[in-house]
Structure formats: C-alpha cells, structure tokens
Design a protein around this ligand. Structure first.
Ligand code: FMN
Length: 174
C-alpha cells in the first residue's frame, strides 16, 4: 500500500541500514516534499544540510549522539535547521509557530521517504550537541538545529512499534 494513509501506517523509525547508497535524486524528492510543507505566513523557515559524500563526517556526527549506531550505518544524514533570519521573534508565541512548521516539513520528508522505499529516523537526541553539529557542518549563527534525519535502506525485517488506542487521545468529540 503506497497511498498516503499506507505510508503513514507503515512508516516506522529505522535505526539500522544496509550499505546501499541512496540516490541524490531521492534526497531531492525528500527535500522537495519538505519544502511544500505549510508554514506560518509561508515563510518557509527551514534550511537543510545533506551529508552523503563524506563518510568521515557521518562518523563524526554519529559520535555526538547515543544513537551513534543508527547514524553510523546510515548512508545519508539530513540536518534540519530553523532559519532565525526569516522569522520575527518579537511577538510572543511566534517562535513556536515556526518550529511547528519545521515539524511539518520533517514529517513530509519521512512520509515521502517511506513512499520511495527508504527508511528514516528523526534524531532529536543530538540537539544537546547543537554547537558541535553546526561547527562540523559549517552552519551559520542564524541557523538553529531542529533535528538530524537518517536516511537509507532498512536492514530490519520487521518493526513492532505500536500506538495506544485512539480513544485514549480524544478528550472530546462534541
Ligand atoms: C521530536 C522527535 C525526536 C526524536 N528523537 C529520536 C532520537 O533521538 N533517537 C531515536 O532513535 N528516535 C527518535 N525519534 C523517533 C521516535 O522514537 C519514534 O518516532 C517513536 O518511538 C515512535 O516510533 P515509530 O517512529 O517507529 O512509529 C524522535 C521522534 C521525534 C518526533
């Protein structure tokens, strides 16, 4: 099933990848999906840094998270940044709005990757080392690290993460 609902239901975080490289065209597709996410005032406050041609750099980035094995086996990492130059921090609450847009962009990435047969994992734990990640990637001061996404072909046969009953999440239906 590769309908949208199929991609949503079948996507799972993949933390182990085969050595198969990913095609730059597929990464472009994933970034295109990200760029069509909704954003407040259509500011499109995202920036991406792709690492797929430098194994040493992938290794160095891997060492910055307890999910080292996941990053290290991944043939491609995409760092996702919030571009603070494009947003206005003066009004309270606005910052959160732009962070949410980044989340929407990332979810688009994960779903399109699922559609084209690629596994992904959204790595937030690495944010504790934002400064080091930015330094390794040569990212400017205006950019705030939001996540690193691993992309590759899954080395896992079956995945079991589940969800609680939908009824537990609905607090009212009036
Ligand atoms: C904001 C955010 C941060 C996450 N950070 C990590 C992470 O650092 N390492 C990791 O392995 N998974 C991370 N995940 C993936 C979640 O663990 C995963 O989505 C959740 O357990 C549900 O499993 P599933 O994606 O397989 O459905 C993160 C997900 C989100 C949305």
């Amino acid at each position: 099933m590769s309908s949208l609902m199929g991609c949503i239901l079948n996507r799972r975080s993949i933390r182990s990848y085969t050595s198969q490289k990913v095609e730059p065209e597929d990464i472009k597709k994933i970034l295109t999906a990200a760029s069509w996410a909704p954003s407040g005032n259509n500011l499109q406050p995202w920036k991406f840094s792709v690492v797929m041609n430098d194994e040493n750099l992938i290794k160095e980035l891997s060492s910055l998270t307890i999910f080292q094995n996941c990053l290290e086996s991944s043939p491609c990492l995409i760092a996702v940044f919030l571009d603070t130059k494009t947003i206005d921090n003066q009004i309270q609450g606005i910052y959160l709005k732009h962070v949410l847009a980044i989340g929407a962009a990332i979810q688009n990435m994960l779903l399109v990757a699922q559609e084209i047969g690629l596994g992904t994992c959204w790595i937030g734990e690495i944010l504790k080392n934002e400064d080091k990640v930015k330094k390794l990637l040569g990212a400017s001061d205006d950019l705030e690290l939001m996540a690193v996404i691993t992309v590759g072909y899954s080395a896992i046969d079956s995945i079991t993460s589940d969800r609680r009953d939908l009824a537990d999440s609905i607090i009212s239906w009036l």
